[in-house]
Ligand binder design. Structure first.
Ligand code: MRU
Length: 368
């Protein structure tokens, strides 16, 4: 999508053809800084420290990380060790395993001398594929916004609510939950987005608001607790979130707080859709609540808040009293029964095993 009129992807090969450029998302929305990755350790750090985040982008970064590793040492020992190290960087996004397994299948049978070129080619293929998948998610989800727009009085915008950041910064381009919104905006449909700030790391306030603003999409940032009130008062026509892992039965694991929004949507008759590309589906598991381990992150993300001071410095302040224990659950699982539908690159389906298999029939034998 555009940043100051410049088409920009969240990850790309540098002009020299081997370094990898990412955006340091920990600095947004206050500084737009690119970082150059030159080795797999840099890629692993970028994922772990959340310079890059979002399930599809984590997968693409790991893929380029493996390419950088093969440039340094294409031996089998190195390939296997880097595979395991990258896989351990973040536990939830299943795209990470999907990308690394694809690389393993492609690279392991090759002679070491052929691995670097093959790894770069596949990493670029994975990144380009993600752009195409997200574009199709956008086209499919656009239909829901068109239907909502037809029901609105002329001149009033469709009000959507989203949680966390599932925009182009979370993918390679377009985004998942935000792709239909960009499509609608580009098509001249009037939309307004309620952006959950998404504590503790504020991906909504910092990243979603930044993206939408750069693209000119009207939006309002609200505290995470406002969604129920807005839905109760008819101010949300449609919720769309992303997901880091969706089970074969349609349970959706996403940023902490998503479940509460789904409950509020159900209670108030607001459609609650989740947008995802095929690689985000974990076909091996069915019951997300019981089977998805939830990432717990450092307590500092809860006890501290960072932002820009009035004199332009990036600063961090503490919001909890000394001695208070904090807990930082990064994700939660929304059961399929609370999800109105899944928006995928192949179409929209019910959040159920049969719904997903209707779009992905080739998974019938592997689906839990
Ligand atoms: O911890 P993050 O920022 O990597 O989590 C990302 C999310 O939960 C996103 O909202 C998202 O829906 C998944 S990525 C499209």
């Amino acid at each position: 999508m555009d940043v100051d009129g410049q088409p920009t992807r969240s990850i790309a090969l540098a002009d020299d053809g081997w370094g990898v450029e990412i955006i340091d998302q920990t600095k947004l929305p206050h500084r737009f800084e690119k970082v150059r990755l030159e080795d797999w350790q840099g890629a692993a750090h970028a994922i772990k420290a959340m310079l890059v985040r979002g399930a599809p982008l984590i997968g693409a970064t790991a893929a380029y990380g493996m390419a950088l590793a093969m440039r340094d040492d294409p031996s089998e020992d190195s390939r296997a060790a880097v595979h395991d190290a990258l896989l351990a960087t973040r536990p939830t996004a299943v795209n990470l395993r999907w990308a690394l397994d694809r690389l393993a299948d492609r690279l392991a049978p090759l002679a070491p001398a052929d691995r670097m070129a093959a790894a770069y080619a596949l990493a670029t293929e994975i990144a380009d594929e993600d752009v195409a998948l997200c574009r199709s998610i956008g086209e499919n989800g656009l239909k829901l916004i068109e239907i909502a727009a037809d029901r609105k009085e002329a001149g009033t915008p469709v009000n959507l609510l989203t949680h966390c950041n599932a925009g182009w910064l979370a993918t390679v381009d377009w985004g998942t939950a935000l792709a239909p919104i960009y499509m609608a905006h580009n098509a001249g449909i009037s939309v307004h987005i309620w952006v959950d700030e998404t504590r503790p790391r504020n991906q909504g306030a910092g990243l979603t608001a930044w993206e939408l603003g750069r693209h000119g999409v009207p939006h309002t940032v609200v505290v995470d607790n406002a969604g129920g009130h807005l839905m109760q008062h008819g101010q949300v026509d449609l919720c769309i979130t992303g997901t880091d892992r969706t089970t074969a039965h349609g349970d959706v694991c996403n940023k902490i707080g998503t479940y509460l929004k789904a409950l509020a949507a159900e209670a108030n008759g607001v459609p609650f859709y989740v947008a995802l590309p095929g690689p985000t589906i974990d076909w091996r598991i069915g019951d997300g609540v019981r089977e998805i381990p939830i990432e717990q992150r450092g307590g500092d993300e809860v006890s501290k808040v960072s932002g820009l001071t009035d004199d332009g410095r990036l600063a961090e302040v503490t919001v909890t009293p000394p001695g208070s224990t904090v807990a930082n659950y990064a994700f939660d699982v929304t059961p399929a029964k609370l999800v109105s539908g899944l928006i995928t690159e192949r179409g929209i389906c019910p959040a159920s095993r049969e719904g997903l298999l209707g779009l992905y029939p080739e998974q019938r034998d592997t689906a839990a």
